[in-house]
Design a protein around this ligand. Structure first.
Ligand code: NAG
Ligand code: NAG
Length: 482
C-alpha cells in the first residue's frame, strides 16, 4: 500500500530522534520465565538432532591406514540441566550457560584396513559438557530488536566410547583418537545448534511488525527508538508509541517528554505509556476531521425536559422562539483544537475545547444558522486494572459556554451552561461510566497473556506492571506459570 509506505518513510526519517513514548522493562523474573520455556524448547530440539557422519583415516605405520565412518549418529538421551540465563552488561546482551550436560549418542560404524572390513554399532556418552553462549542485543536500524552471536564455548569433561559388532577390535586401539574427534565434532555441532537458534530468533524479530493498523482511522508505530539498555537486573526498551491518522498522517505539534518507568523486580515486566501516545491518537483523529458530530432531537433522550427545537429553548434564549417559531434544530459540534490528555499521579485529565453551531431546520429542510458557542470542558478520569481488564471512571471538572457568534442577537449563556452541566451529569457521563466500569480486556496474543497486572497513573505516564503467561503453541512451548 502506497500510503503505508509513505507513512513508513515519514517514520523512519525521524528514527532515533524521538524520546520513547512506550517503555518496556523486562526484569530478571521475566527473563527466568523465558528461560524455562526456552530450555524445554532446546531439549526437544536436541532430542531430534542427527549429527553428521564422522569419517577419517587413522595412519598405522607401514600397514597403511584404517579408514572409518561413523554414521546415523543420534542423541537418544540428553540429560539437560537447567540452563542459567542472565543479563550480561559487558556485551550489552545475555549470557546463557549450561553446566554438566550429559549426552548419550548412538550410531553405526564401518571400518576397513586393507582387505579387512568390519562394521557394527557404537555407544558414546559425553559427561559434564559445559556450554556458554553470549549474545548481544541490538537494534537493526528499522526499529527491530536484533540478536547477534558473540561467542559460544564448550568443554567436555569425560567421554565413554564402545564399539560392538564384527571386527570391532580393529578400532579398539584407536578409541582415544576417535573420542577426540567425536568430542570436537559434537562441541562444534552444539555451538552450531545454539547459533542456529540465535539466527532463527533474530529472523523472527526482524519479521515482527513495527507498524500496526489499529482501526480504519489510525495506525500505531512501535519501532524501537534506540538501542536496548541492559544492566545487571533488567533490559530496558524504548519504543516510539505514536499514532498517526491514516487519512492525514503528519507529525503533531508536540513531542514525547522523557520519563523513566520504574523497574519492579516482583513483576516480569513493567510498561510505561506516555500521555504523548494518547495525545497522538487525539491529534490523529482531530487532523482527519473525525472529531465532529451532528446532534438532532432524535438523539436526545425522550425523558429529557428540554428538546432540540426553538420553542423548548425559549426559556434559555428568549428571542429564539419569537424569531423562529416552532422549528426543530440541529447542532453541529466539533473539536476546536485536539483534546489534550495529561497524566498526573492518580488521575488523567482531559481538556476538550469544542464549538457548537446551532441551526434551525426550515420546513423546506434548509438549515438556518442561529449562533455559535465555544464549549470548553475538562474531565478527570481514574483507571485501574481488575480481572484482566482496564477499567475507569470519569467525572466532569468544568464546562463553560461563551457566545462566539450570533445572528439572533446576544443572549446570556449562564442558563444554557447549567443545562449543559445537567445533561452531562444525567445522560452523558452515566453512559460513559457504565461502559468504563465494564472495562476493556488487556491485549493478548495467541501465544501470550498478561496476568497479575497493576496499573498506576504517574506524572506524564501510565505505569503498568505485569506477569505474562505463555500459551502452548505450534512451537510446542509448554505452559508454565510462576
Ligand atoms: C559465534 O561466535 C563464536 C565465537 O566467536 C564463533 O566461533 C562462531 O563462529 C560464531 N558463529 C557464527 C555463525 O558467526
Ligand atoms: C427555504 O425556506 C427559507 C425560509 O422560508 C427560505 O429563506 C429559503 O430561501 C428556502 N430555500 C429554498 C431552497 O427553497
Amino acid at each position: 500500500m502506497l500510503l503505508l509506505s509513505m507513512i513508513t518513510a515519514l517514520i523512519f526519517c525521524t528514527y532515533g530522534e524521538k524520546n520513547p513514548a512506550v517503555q518496556v522493562v523486562l526484569t530478571n523474573k521475566g527473563l527466568q520465565y523465558g528461560r524455562n520455556v526456552a530450555a524445554d524448547w532446546i531439549q526437544e530440539k536436541l532430542e531430534v538432532v542427527t549429527l553428521p557422519d564422522v569419517d577419517g583415516e587413522i595412519p598405522i605405520g607401514f600397514l597403511g591406514h584404517i579408514g572409518y565412518t561413523l554414521t546415523g549418529v543420534t542423541i537418544p538421551k540428553c540429560d539437560f540441566p537447567d540452563p542459567s540465563l542472565e543479563f550480561y552488561q559487558d556485551v550489552s546482551g545475555l549470557k546463557m550457560s549450561i553446566a554438566g550436560l550429559s549426552i548419550a549418542l548412538t550410531g553405526a560404524w564401518r571400518a576397513h584396513c586393507g582387505i579387512i572390513y568390519g562394521g557394527g554399532s557404537f555407544d558414546l556418552a559425553l559427561f559434564g559438557v559445559d556450554l556458554v553462549s553470549v549474545v548481544h542485543l541490538g537494534s537493526d536500524g528499522d526499529g527491530h530488536l536484533s540478536l547477534i552471536n558473540v561467542s559460544c564455548d564448550t568443554q567436555t569433561r569425560d567421554v565413554d566410547l564402545r564399539f560392538y559388532g564384527g571386527s570391532s577390535w580393529i578400532l579398539q586401539p584407536f578409541v582415544k583418537h576417535l573420542k577426540a574427534r567425536i568430542i570436537s565434532q559434537t562441541e562444534a555441532k552444539l555451538c552450531a545448534a545454539v547459533e542456529e537458534l540465535i539466527v532463527n530468533l533474530d529472523h523472527h524479530l526482524q519479521a515482527m511488525k513495527v507498524i500496526f493498523q489499529v482501526n480504519q482511522d489510525l495506525i500505531l508505530d512501535l519501532p524501537l527508538t534506540g538501542l536496548p539498555v541492559i544492566d545487571a537486573s533488567s533490559i530496558r526498551l524504548g519504543f516510539q508509541g505514536e499514532f498517526y491518522s491514516i487519512k492525514s498522517p503528519k507529525e503533531p505539534p508536540f513531542e514525547a517528554q522523557p520519563f523513566v518507568v520504574p523497574e519492579h523486580p516482583g513483576y516480569m515486566l513493567s510498561v510505561g505509556l506516555s500521555d504523548f501516545t494518547l495525545n497522538s491518537a487525539s491529534f490523529g483523529y482531530f487532523s482527519a476531521g473525525l472529531l465532529q458530530a451532528f446532534i438532532d432531537d432524535s438523539m436526545i433522550p425522550p425523558s429529557s425536559p428540554v428538546h432540540l427545537n426553538t420553542r423548548s429553548l425559549g426559556p434559555f434564549i428568549p428571542q429564539l422562539p419569537k424569531m423562529f417559531p416552532d422549528l426543530p434544530m440541529v447542532l453541529h459540534t466539533y473539536a476546536r483544537h485536539f483534546p489534550v490528555f495529561s497524566f498526573h499521579p492518580g488521575a488523567i485529565t482531559l481538556s476538550l475545547p469544542s464549538s457548537v453551531k446551532a441551526f434551525a431546520i426550515q420546513p423546506n429542510a434548509t438549515l438556518t444558522p442561529l449562533f455559535k458557542l465555544h464549549v470548553d470542558s475538562s474531565f478527570q478520569g481514574r483507571v485501574w486494572t481488575d480481572d484482566g481488564c482496564v477499567k475507569g471512571s470519569v467525572t466532569m471538572d468544568s464546562i463553560t459556554l461563551t457566545l462566539a457568534a450570533t445572528v439572533i442577537g446576544p443572549f446570556k449563556t449562564t442558563a444554557l451552561e447549567n443545562l449543559a452541566k445537567m445533561a452531562m451529569k444525567m445522560f452523558v457521563l452515566p453512559r460513559l461510566n457504565d461502559k468504563l466500569s465494564t472495562g476493556f480486556a488487556l491485549p493478548r496474543t495467541r501465544h501470550a497473556q498478561l496476568v497479575n497486572s497493576v496499573l498506576t497513573v504517574e506524572e506524564g505516564f501510565i505505569a503498568f506492571c505485569s506477569d505474562a503467561k505463555l500459551q502452548p503453541s505450534d512451537h510446542h512451548l509448554n505452559e508454565h506459570t510462576f
